[in-house]
Design a protein around this ligand. Structure first.
Ligand SMILES: Cc1cc2nc3c(=O)[nH]c(=O)nc-3n(C[C@H](O)[C@H](O)[C@H](O)COP(=O)(O)OP(=O)(O)OC[C@H]3O[C@@H](n4cnc5c(N)ncnc54)[C@H](O)[C@@H]3O)c2cc1C
Length: 386
């Protein structure tokens, strides 16, 4: 088994680390959280560095890189803040991958170059007020009206809501119940009848645009159909790439917390000694490093085995589940190492702990991931319906 990154991947990691120092990303992360303002100015910078759309098809402006390269970039930037990593996440492992894999040449031409240039972005719209984990019960409906679809429904908690230019909307086509009736359409900001709710106030991920979407008789041209009813499986398979990205955010946040806790344990003194000399503190740091490294191996395996394509459901689910739990434990341990300062807004740890909570809900909850993994281990479906 080869555990080595390529020379290019190592160079990318080191250049992002240097950029973080040079551009004062640690300070920017605190500012984003305090003001709840997304760092839109980074889009242009990241586009110039070819960080946006690096996994997308070269013929449409991407770089055709394997998913692992994007995962490493997301992790490195999320050490500062998931908000700083977000443009790299959305443009490489987000729903634009569905367009790259299954869209028509016209859709690709219309959207992918803009995503790579940081001018366009695509949000994934699955969750509804009445169906989150129970995704296949969704109620948004697209009626076939001959030359267009008429879309009605509501979505909840949509990351990028209000800010993104395009929305990959999971919808039911006609009357067919369950997953067989579900496919996906692209809706564009500004389409008549398509409106946004108020921005969410989350405990963490402050600054991340997120809101409900309302579709009231939205006329969507037929050429915006990406995945027809019957191909729901394609959507879920592609979503596993996004799950690797979600896990990479956890690796980054935990890595940032570990670095901060290590530095603090060497500089803070108690009883006349640096606190790292107390075994309980140094062993806490060891546990953080051990859990983070184990999560890295699972996430890198899933991303590496995906190559330029799709990861295995088992590997992606296992990686996300482990990383989601790990980041909560690691940020909690870091907070304890920092004592009272860990609980203070003047230090970054409480922000990291707040940001850490989101990932085990977004992209599928811990429980739903366990259910997926159990189905694969037992080789059978566990129907949750009454
Ligand atoms: C920060 C953030 C970003 C998000 N971004 C997006 C986005 O961009 N696009 C999007 O579509 N959605 C997004 N979501 C929504 C997210 O996908 C849903 O919140 C999630 O799928 C859970 O759905 P729910 O909130 O309706 O909870 P519910 O489905 O109501 O679940 C409530 C609780 O019950 C548990 N539960 C439910 N069913 C079972 C079962 N059968 N067995 C055991 N436990 C069960 C769940 O695990 C959970 O703990 C985001 C959410 C957050 C917090």
């Amino acid at each position: 088994m080869d555990f080595a990154f390529s020379k290019e991947q190592l160079m990318l990691i080191s250049s992002l680390r240097d950029m973080g120092k040079r551009e004062k990303f640690a300070e920017l992360a605190a500012q984003i959280d305090a003001r709840a303002e997304f760092p839109h100015h980074l889009m242009e910078k990241f586009a110039a560095m070819d960080l946006l759309g690096m996994t997308l098809s070269p013929e449409y402006g991407g770089s055709g890189e394997p998913s692992l390269t994007a995962i490493l970039a997301i992790e490195e930037l999320a050490k500062f803040s998931p908000m700083i990593a977000a443009p790299v996440f959305e443009s490489n492992v987000g729903p634009v991958r569905v367009i790259d894999l299954f869209g028509t040449p016209e859709q690709k031409k219309r959207i992918i170059p803009g995503v790579c240039q940081g001018k366009l972005s695509v949000s994934v719209c699955m969750t509804e007020p009445e169906s989150g984990s129970d995704l296949t019960a969704l109620n948004t409906v697209a009626e076939d009206k001959g030359d267009h679809f008429l879309v009605n429904g509501r979505k909840a908690f949509i990351t990028g809501g209000g800010a993104a230019s395009h929305y990959m909307v999971y919808t039911r086509f006609g009357e067919v119940k369950g997953y067989k009736g579900i496919g996906a359409l692209i809706l564009e900001k500004g389409m008549p009848g398509f409106t946004f709710g108020k921005q969410e106030e989350y405990m963490g991920l402050r600054g991340m645009p997120s809101c409900a979407l309302y579709f009231d008789n939205v006329k969507v041209p037929k050429e915006n159909l990406v995945v027809p009813a019957g191909d729901f499986g394609k959507l879920m398979l592609t979503f596993d790439i996004e799950r690797c990205g979600n896990a990479a955010m956890c690796l980054g946040i935990a890595g940032g917390a570990l670095d901060a806790a290590k530095a603090y344990a060497q500089s803070r003194t108690a009883f006349g000694r640096p606190i790292c000399e107390f075994q309980d503190i140094s062993f806490s740091i060891v546990n953080m490093a051990m859990k983070l490294d184990a999560a890295k191996l699972l996430v890198y395996r899933a991303a590496n085995n995906a190559g330029q394509g799709l990861p295995s459901i088992y590997e992606a689910s296992l990686g996300k589940l482990f990383a989601n739990e790990m980041v909560r434990e690691v940020t909690d341990l870091a907070m304890q190492v920092f004592g009272g300062y860990g609980y203070s807004r003047d230090y970054p740890i409480e922000r990291m702990a707040r940001d850490a909570r989101a990932w085990g809900v977004a992209g599928g909850t811990l429980q739903m991931l366990r259910l997926t993994i159990a189905s694969m281990l037992f080789g059978r479906r566990f129907d949750q319906r009454k």
